[in-house]
Write a protein that binds this ligand. Structure first.
Ligand code: CTP
Length: 413
């Protein structure tokens, strides 16, 4: 496919280098047209080297090739990222002062704008009108992500992550009218890995969770356009790019981080393996073996049930109206009291969360593996949904289900 990638003059231009890589690695021929302002953020050498094509934004370069007509005509897809307020205005008013705007006027195929700007600019009546105009003419304008902007401020206006723009572009080319990212504007908090409860400065009680499922969920949520916060307990895998990572060690630290993160989250997914108990006392010094004393006995105390607390917090904050979706995980084995699903249903009731993702565990199953098989139970009582495959596939199914559940709820202010 021939793709024209127009780069606007915003700080998010640096993320577009990764988007370009995604396009070229998928086998597409990409011509990058950076605005003059954008070359103050990322130079043309970067675009030429990564795309393998010449780069210019002047209608007077290679005039014999009539680029100002040809590029737009030949393009199977035009993607503008970051689409600044200025570029949206120029496109909406049909200006043709440079090669990029000429190309937009010549476009015959799908055009995708991925806006990025400060919240005030995005919400300004002028920008709203420009976006409406472009949409009414058939252009696809993505909703920006919400979250941390260039300075200390945060709100809607962040460029979605490169994988998310890539997915939206492919959906658009395949003619899907629903190219919008299902979690655009949503904030998703995900706990991952396993907590470690210290006994002394060198020892802890831990568990076998690798964090792979939580990380795969973070990737799927990010690729669906969400702003993702990963509360990372001990993990064997690295956190993905494009998500905010909050490292935690113990269940109590995770509780604090989760309750704080929940305040502005549309979705909270508790996929971490949280220790139900911690040692009652933590020794300041290493516990030594001594022949003149009995072997030490470890006394354990209960950790708070974070998932349950999150549900209570949500319910007390918004009586009557469900504004936040809370998802728990359950690692279950069947026993004489009931099979896996019976235990899971009881847990769903006990915890009060909206969805419960049920793993059937045994020593050879789930922990550290790359594949998984789960059943998603809903408190609403709808049919259990099965999902299996790689942890990425299972995560995509879980995030798809969450997106569906959120459809009827508008993003948190
Ligand atoms: N969880 C939590 N806080 C805890 C323990 C668990 O938030 N102290 C969360 C997990 O992240 C998971 C869900 O609760 O989403 C289920 O955890 P699990 O350990 O399987 O359930 P338990 O409540 O511990 O029940 P049981 O040990 O009886 O199976």
């Amino acid at each position: 496919m021939r793709i024209v990638l127009g780069v606007g003059g915003g700080i998010a231009a640096y993320k577009v280098a990764s988007l370009l890589r995604l396009f070229t690695e998928a086998g597409h021929n990409v011509t990058v047209i950076p605005t003059e302002a954008s070359t103050r953020f990322v130079g043309t050498a970067t675009w030429e080297a990564l795309s393998g094509n010449p780069v210019s934004n002047s209608v007077f370069d290679d005039v014999h090739q009539v680029n100002h007509v040809r590029l737009g005509h030949e393009a199977d897809l035009i993607v503008i990222a970051p689409a600044t307020a200025d570029l949206l205005a120029k496109a909406a008013t049909g200006q043709a002062g440079d090669l990029l705007t000429n190309t937009l006027l010549m476009a015959r195929g799908p055009v995708l704008f991925a806006p990025a700007m400060h919240t005030e600019m995005w919400q300004h009546a002028a920008t709203r009108a420009n976006v409406e105009t472009l949409r009414s003419r058939g252009a696809a304008v993505l909703e920006p992500a919400s979250g941390r902007l260039t300075g200390a401020d945060s709100g809607p206006g962040r460029l979605p992550e490169p994988e998310a723009i890539f997915n939206a572009a492919m959906a658009l080319v395949q003619g899907q009218s629903d190219f919008q990212l299902p979690l655009a504007g949503r904030t998703v908090t995900i706990s991952a890995g396993g907590t470690r409860e210290p006994l002394d400065p060198v020892r802890f009680l831990g568990n076998r969770s690798s964090g792979k499922q939580g990380v795969a969920l973070a990737v799927a949520a990010r690729n669906a356009g969400a702003t993702v916060r990963l509360l990372a307990a001990h993990m064997d895998v690295a956190p993905p790019a494009g998500v905010e990572v909050v490292p935690v060690e113990t269940a109590l630290q995770l509780r604090e981080a989760a309750l704080a993160a929940a305040a502005d989250s549309d979705v909270v997914i508790m996929s971490a393996a949280v220790a139900d108990f911690r040692p009652a006392a933590v020794s300041d010094t290493k516990i030594k073996k001594r022949d003149d004393r009995d072997d030490p006995v470890i006394t354990l105390v209960r950790n708070p049930d974070i998932l349950h607390e999150l549900v209570e917090l949500r319910n007390s904050a918004a009586p009557g109206g469900r504004q936040q979706l809370i998802v728990g995980f359950a690692a279950e084995t069947g026993d004489s009291d009931g099979d896996v699903l019976a235990h899971a249903r009881a847990k769903l009731q006990r915890k009060g969360c909206d969805l419960l993702v049920v793993n059937h565990v045994g020593t050879d199953k789930v922990f550290g593996q790359d594949t998984n098989s789960v059943v998603i139970l809903a408190r609403s009582g709808s049919e259990p949904q099965e999902a299996s495959g790689t942890k990425a596939e299972v995560s995509a199914a879980i995030i798809g289900r969450i997106s569906g559940e959120l459809n009827s709820v508008s993003p948190r202010a």
